[in-house]
Ligand binder design. Structure first.
Ligand code: ADP
Ligand code: MG
Length: 434
């Protein structure tokens, strides 16, 4: 549970705060539904109570604790480490690796049809930085593993070539640092730093769009590194040609090397990712639970992992065994924060039962009339009874396009006026769901 709370907290505060206050907390266990945490001093205790109590409670509630409570206990004898404040001077070159998330390594990256080309390119670059593909440009939707792959290259290069200098930077940070450097008259320092690296990882480069000064500076950084045969890896949520207001000379440079994409993972890959994740956390999670989660969340791996964490935490906080029923409960308000409180899965099941079909038949590719109408009805009801968007519903139905969903819903709406039978059908499915 603590691990999950930490991950939630980490996303909400700065690295320095996290490092200072949270890494030193020791989880003691759950006592009467309250999470007990050990802290080194009473100063520490007071600080956390004053500054982070709300965040911690929120994290516990998010993870499904019905009565989110925690208690801090001072455990003396564990000296507070001295690096509390030194941690706030970032960006020293030897700390470059510290900017890499230790979890984002190749070993933890599940390779599927959706990402195998990007993965292969990343491996090639890690083996021979500067000589394989330069730059390597990885694009894909949110939460699909771009940052993970970039960091994996960083770790791998750091291990293979300990002398190589590695910089990982988000485009946002690059921009902010540039602005500060200009303001504080430290441009040559800024330039030295980025032009002296062997491997430069720049995340979310799409944010450079429209920022002329940053583009200008990055152009020179790029050239300096490229000419010195230093490796550059860029990530983006879209290919270079779709980044509007990107200077042509930068765009063409982004296209010099290899452009590769990451697509949303298929069901099998999603299950494999969840399995890898639970093993990483030393948790044994039943297959049916993994599959349930993988079916619900289809297009964002971060959310997929978040859902798994939530289910694990829910079971542990409420003292129940992990099962599909528990997973449905733990996730119900994530998927359907509507009055109905139903998950798409449950609605599909009710439709299937009504027609004496199996849910997979409705979800699958079949085009027989006997499954097409139930499928349209299921889409219609899911749209009506949950907050799911059209693309999400499309994903839920084995990755169909959102226009298919839209068509289905319109079709049902039109038929409702003319076919009393259909109204009756919807009514009885709704009753089944109550
Ligand atoms: P992006 O940068 O594309 O938005 P991230 O790299 O931050 O996505 O990935 C989101 C989360 O999903 C991370 O926790 C990452 O470890 C995980 N993840 C993404 N792809 C994979 C994969 N193929 N195997 C295992 N975990 C993955
Ligand atoms: Mg990212």
């Amino acid at each position: 549970v603590w691990q999950n709370v930490l991950e939630y907290v980490r996303q909400s505060i700065t690295e320095v705060e996290y490092h200072t206050w949270f890494e030193k907390i020791q989880p003691l266990g759950v006592v009467n539904g309250s999470l007990e945490l050990g802290v080194p001093t009473s100063f520490f205790k007071g600080w956390i109570e004053d500054h982070y109590a709300e965040l911690l409670t929120e994290a516990l509630a998010r993870l499904g604790a019905q009565a989110p409570r925690f208690e801090l206990k001072v455990i003396p004898g564990k000296p507070v480490q001295e690096d509390i404040f030194s941690a706030s001077t970032p960006n020293k070159p030897q700390e470059a690796r510290a900017r890499l998330n230790p979890k984002y390594i190749f070993e933890n990256f599940v390779v599927g049809q959706n990402n195998n080309l990007a993965h292969a390119a990343a491996v090639a670059v890690a083996e021979s930085p500067g000589n394989a593909y330069n730059p390597l440009f990885i694009y894909g939707g949110v939460g699909l593993g771009k940052t993970h792959l970039m960091h994996a290259v960083g770790h791998s290069v750091a291990q293979r070539f300990p002398d190589k200098k590695i910089e990982y930077v988000s485009t946002e940070t690059f921009t902010n640092e540039l602005i500060n450097a200009i303001r504080e008259d430290r441009m040559s320092e800024f330039r030295d730093r980025y032009r002296s690296v062997d491997l430069l990882l720049v995340d979310d480069i799409q944010f450079i769009a429209g920022k002329e000064r940053t583009q200008e500076e990055f152009f020179h950084t790029f050239n300096a590194l490229y000419e010195a045969r230093k490796q550059i890896i860029l990530s983006s949520d879209r290919p270079p040609k779709d980044i509007l207001t990107l200077e042509a000379r930068l765009r063409s440079r982004f296209e010099w090397g290899l452009i590769t994409d990451i697509q949303p993972p298929d069901l099998e890959t999603r299950v494999a990712i969840l399995k890898m994740n639970s093993e990483y956390r030393n948790m044994r999670v039943p297959e049916e639970v993994l599959e349930y989660i993988a079916r619900q969340i289809t297009s964002n791996i971060r959310e997929l992992e978040g859902a798994l964490m939530r289910v694990i935490a829910y079971a542990s906080l409420n003292g129940v065994q992990l099962s599909k029923a528990v997973a449905i409960k733990a996730l119900s308000d994530v998927f359907a924060a509507t009055e109905s409180g139903l998950a798409p899965e449950e609605i599909l099941k009710a439709v299937a039962e009504h027609y004496n079909l199996r849910p997979e038949e409705i979800r699958g590719a079949g085009r027989r009339k006997e499954v097409v109408i139930p499928r349209q009805i299921a889409m219609y009801l899911i749209r009506e009874m949950t907050h799911a968007s059209l693309p999400e519903i499309g994903q839920f139905f084995d990755g169909r396009d959102h226009t298919t969903v839209l068509y289905a819903i319109q079709k049902i709406q039109e038929s409702l006026d003319t076919e009393p039978n259909l109204q009756q059908t919807l009514k009885s499915i709704r009753e089944r769901l109550r």
